[in-house]
Design a binder for this molecule. Structure first.
Ligand SMILES: NC(=O)c1ccc[n+]([C@@H]2O[C@H](COP(=O)([O-])OP(=O)(O)OC[C@H]3O[C@@H](n4cnc5c(N)ncnc54)[C@H](OP(=O)(O)O)[C@@H]3O)[C@@H](O)[C@H]2O)c1
Length: 251
């Protein structure tokens, strides 16, 4: 359904971003994989281009570096003939009590989860509005991966992480209102706990949900399927916000 489209996926080197890239490529999109870890990007691009029969290009970039992000997004548009879909997925951050937190950790979480989204969106907007006006689909998409923690504060320990996800939720809603008439859809996907590097590889990210015994988390492919569903709706349908929890997650 996404034949002749180009999708930029930030944070495509692992977890949800990698799964989203594969799923969009499987629908026919050319995917621009953006992240910092070159080896991981090369591995995924190789898999999509060879085994999966899709089309992927890799772009090594740090979303917190605004100029580098703009140069990268412009390069994608040149290389691929435009940009139809931006998936703002790169993100992370630590959870923990405020009284023992390092201020630098708070700042880096804001830098990644908020400024990273702003940098990529600002750079992509001219390309997206152009695609909506001139490309065959007649619509373009900005999908931002927020979190359950962007809807409500799931625990005290989620303080700054939750603040950043609420911030991108507000930003996405404002984009939706501004861009609706131009057929640029701004959608928010809010996952519950997903098994990724963020939640399993010893990062400081420790949502309480991980301590609940006996239920399985979502898998990255579950969120990828949600993103694909969102961006493959007909031109007159916009899914603005999708909250996706593991069935047994209560918080
Ligand atoms: N896992 C969950 O339970 C969960 C729940 C709700 C929401 N989320 C959200 O889902 C998104 C993806 O997270 P994930 O769970 O898939 O974790 P992950 O596997 O750790 O993936 C994070 C991705 O972000 C990239 N990234 C981090 N810092 C970056 C930077 N400065 N510049 C460019 N890319 C950067 C990483 O790539 P490099 O290190 O190669 O740059 C990686 O590809 C995040 O926004 C997260 O907040 C996750």
């Amino acid at each position: 359904m996404l034949k002749d489209t180009t999708a930029v996926v930030t944070g495509a080197s692992s977890g949800i971003g990698a799964a989203v890239a594969r799923a969009l490529a499987a629908e026919g999109a050319t995917v621009a994989l953006l992240a910092r870890r070159r080896d991981k990007l090369a591995e995924l691009a190789g898999a999509i281009n060879t085994r999966d029969g899709g089309r992927a290009r890799m772009y090594e970039a740090d979303v917190t570096h605004a100029d580098a992000v703009r140069d990268t997004i412009d390069a994608v548009a040149r290389d691929c003939g435009g940009i139809d879909i931006l998936v703002n997925n790169a993100g992370g951050g630590s959870w923990g009590p405020a009284v023992t937190a390092e201020l630098a950790d708070w700042h880096s979480t804001v830098e990644l989860n908020v400024n990273g989204v702003l940098n990529a969106t600002h750079a992509a907007l001219p390309h997206l509005t152009r695609a909506a006006a001139t490309h065959g689909r007649g619509v373009a998409d900005i999908v931002t991966i927020s979190s359950v923690a962007g809807r409500r504060v799931p625990s005290a320990n989620s303080n700054v992480y939750s603040a950043t996800k609420h911030a991108v939720g507000a930003f996405s809603e404002a984009l939706r209102q501004e861009l609706a008439e131009q057929h640029v859809r701004a959608g928010l996907v809010e996952p519950g706990i997903v098994a990724t590097e963020l939640t399993t590889s010893g990062h400081a990210y420790t949502p309480e949900a991980t301590s609940v015994a006996g239920y399985g988390p979502l898998q990255p492919d579950d969120i990828a399927a949600t993103v694909v569903f969102m961006v493959t709706r007909p031109r007159h349908v916009a899914l603005n916000e999708l909250l996706v929890r593991p069935t047994e997650q209560t918080n």
